[in-house]
Design a protein around this ligand. Sequence first.
Ligand SMILES: *Cc1c(COP(=O)(O)O)cnc(C)c1O
Length: 426
Amino acid sequence: MSNYEIETKCIQSGWKPKTGEPRMLPIYQSTTFKYDTTEQMGKLFDLEADGYFYTRLQNPTNDAVAAKIADLEGGVAAILTSSGQAANFYAVFNICEAGGHVICASAIYGGTFNLLGVTLGKLGIECTFVDVDADEETLSKAFRPNTKAVIAESISNPALVVLDIEKMARVAHAHGVPLIVDNTFATPVNCRPIEWGADIVVHSTTKYMDGHAMQVGGAIVDSGNFDWEAHADRFPGLTTPDESYHGITYTKKFGKAAYITKATSQLMRDLGAVPSPMNCFLLNVGLETLPLRVERHCYNAQKVAEYLQAHEKVAKVNYAGLPGDKYHELAKKYMPNGTCGVISFELKGGREPAVRFMDSLKMASIVTHVADAKTCVLHPASHTHRQMTDEQLVQAGISPGLIRLSVGIENIKDIIADLEQALLQA
Ligand SMILES: *Cc1c(COP(=O)(O)O)cnc(C)c1O
């Protein structure tokens, strides 16, 4: 970890060229790496030496970007994956297998909800969804002897619930399990969950980190702080010999790097959700300007939230930057410089005005995406949650008129002008 400030890390961390090497991170578009002797390559397979042999396991471009993200989050190591979904899957599956149980925030990204609630169930992993706003005593009731992790988002997509990270870490640690925080919306620029007790941080790098909607990717960062050996019975995958890797015990051989080494040498080896070096290069370009973009996203979103709140056709605005918002105090504590550029709001009259409003937008585009440079909107009732009835929507905390607005980094005057003319049509 370097001692630089976050803006400097975004530029300087990761790729460290030696004399005469390219200043810009090169794209090592190669599946394989050459060695002079059989012995040299054998040592790599035994994890006895550092080096590259096959891009599914490690690639210099990918590793430089992983190192940058680890530094941004204040972790000891990171692994990049081909999507945020793969990052969430690996983060859990690395420490939880059939017969295990995890606890997950109920306000969570839809893909993560399905992954944990349905697909991991087919692999024999059970999940209990909890309201993260509950007190510690209530949360404690969800734990079982076979619980392996607690998973939550620092700012949830799309509900915009802000997590009390210290509380969640305390409850998880009291039960001997790590806290995994998906920090996609806040980004390490606005929030670094490890500083508040989170053990593992995951990202969909597809969103602000990339920032230009160019690549789909994910990352897992390990703080190195969770003491797997102290809970050895609960995490045998890390604390007992891995027969598929010459009987290596990850905690004994790799210490603080145990968790990420296992994710690389076991999960990536066998499941293979590796990002392409080209995509990692693009992600790195995005990361260089992340602090500038995040600052502008937050500035613009705050202005838009205030504008909407004062508008006569708007029934409700959810944005933690607003003083009256349910999560304003938590946001001030964990994200004092701002939360993110995503807000949600409801128009009076529900579904029909929402559709008229969205169809009238001229600049903001209707896309199934959030958190990049371009302002965009999504109507959950017509899109992501289309199959649900109005009653089911309300149960899921999504009213039929709810609009998710991802405020971009265009000039604020143009964004508000577009909203204004569309609100006239709503
Ligand atoms: C988008 C998203 C994901 C999934 O990431 P992909 O890169 O689309 O696979 C996971 N978590 C959060 C919070 C997200 O916003």
